[in-house]
Design a protein around this ligand. Structure first.
Ligand SMILES: [Zn+2]
Length: 390
């Protein structure tokens, strides 16, 4: 059992719950945890309870007035018309009891991961309760109340003064984190996502490159709807390698939204489990290449909580702990335990079948378009390297 990896977990993650019919469902963290436990791939000694983030920690990113509004909302004493100014009480982010405590725990989970990695107690840490990348300074957005990654990055800067590379593979643009560090040259953000033409939050254009001193430290690869594994992985691999080489980070924080899968009900990409094997593999390699292994991974989106997220997120842990050499089958014990709760048949294998979906007619066109987007996104790095070589 690898001792230098930790898995932050608490059943209290379930308290971050808008209502029974909301697509954001933290049961997926429990399903992942249970899958890994069933496989004996997660040992007691590797599980760490999250702490709750303090108000001062939240205020590294969030406005005090917003934090007070979230507290009031959770206690049922925030008038609706005021709530709306803070993005609360909307269809996406309804108010729910004790929402401040539930949200601050997710931030505390990612801060716990940071503390372990930066004190040297662990090389890698996984905080699947986190990844709430749409949270803004003074506003809730897109199922996110507090932005654990933004708070964690500010915390890393204040406490350890390190340069952070944030890599976001959620199907939605990592807008909250990008805008928080848009003018900061010591934080580099890279988001690969479905184009915002038809998808929330609509940003993440290739031309969003940062501002002021931070210009050139924000990277976006908006891929076309219906993008498949090969094209997606080609973009991800080229960009991650070149951005890491350009930025030379001290630590890497990856956001692992698992909503680019063909099955995901909220997005329009055509990825399969293949990308969820490769995403953590490359992050792991690059963390050792540039950061002496310092790698924190958080969760994120993912709305097929039965067929996609548990497999995708278990694979992050299996990669971190060098156990990815697994048998093809999902343990029957896990399937038997959860099938009765699932509205769809649970997968029996780690990989998807070859014929998961029928061929995409515009494949060549989409692949070509994505290659051009990669070229545009990486142009500043590539042209600069050419100048140096001349
Ligand atoms: Zn998403």
């Amino acid at each position: 059992m690898k001792k230098d990896c930790i898995f932050i977990y608490s059943d209290d993650f379930q308290k971050y719950k808008f209502h029974d019919h909301h697509p954001f469902n933290q049961l997926r963290v429990k399903l992942t945890y249970d899958l890994l436990r069933t496989m004996n791939a997660l040992d007691d000694s590797q599980i760490v309870s999250p702490r709750i983030a303090t108000d001062d920690e939240l205020a590294l990113v969030h406005d005090r007035a917003y934090i007070e509004a979230v507290k009031a909302a959770g206690e049922g004493r925030l008038p609706e018309e005021i709530a709306l100014n803070y993005g609360l009480g909307t269809e996406d982010t309804p108010m729910f009891p004790n929402m401040h405590e539930a949200s601050a725990l997710l931030v505390g989970s990612t801060l716990t991961a940071v503390d372990y990695v930066l004190s040297g107690k662990a090389k890698h840490a996984l905080s699947l309760g986190g990844g709430l990348h749409h949270g803004f300074r003074g506003k809730a957005s897109g199922f996110c109340i507090y932005n654990d990654s933004s708070v964690a990055i500010k915390y890393i800067q204040e406490k350890y003064n390190l340069r952070v590379l944030y890599v976001d593979t959620d199907a939605h643009h990592g807008d909250g984190v990008q805008w928080t560090f848009y003018d900061d040259p010591n934080v580099c953000t890279f988001s690969i996502h479905e184009t915002g033409r038809y998808l929330f939050p609509g940003t993440g254009n290739v031309n969003e490159r940062g501002q002021g001193k931070g210009y050139g430290f924000s990277f976006n690869i908006p891929v076309d709807a219906f993008t498949e594994d090969e094209s997606w992985l080609d973009a991800y691999t080229q960009a991650f390698r070149e951005i890491a080489d350009f930025f030379r980070p001290d630590i890497i924080l990856t956001q692992n939204g698992a909503d680019s899968h063909y099955y995901d009900p909220l997005t329009h990409l055509s990825a399969t489990m293949r990308i969820y094997r490769e995403i953590p593999k490359l992050a792991h390699e690059i963390a050792h290449q540039y950061c002496e292994g310092r790698w924190i991974a958080v969760g994120g989106g993912g709305y097929d909580i039965w067929r996609v997220v548990p497999r995708a997120w278990a694979l992050i842990w299996l990669e971190m702990t060098e156990q990815s050499n697994i048998s093809a089958n999902i343990p029957q014990e896990w399937i038997d335990k959860w099938q009765k709760h699932s509205p769809v048949p649970l997968p029996t294998e780690w990989d998807d079948p070859e014929d998961l979906y029928s061929p995409i007619p515009r494949k060549a066109e989409i692949t070509e378009k994505n290659a051009q987007t990669v070229e545009k996104a990486l142009y500043p790095i590539r042209s600069n390297r050419q100048k140096i070589n001349l």
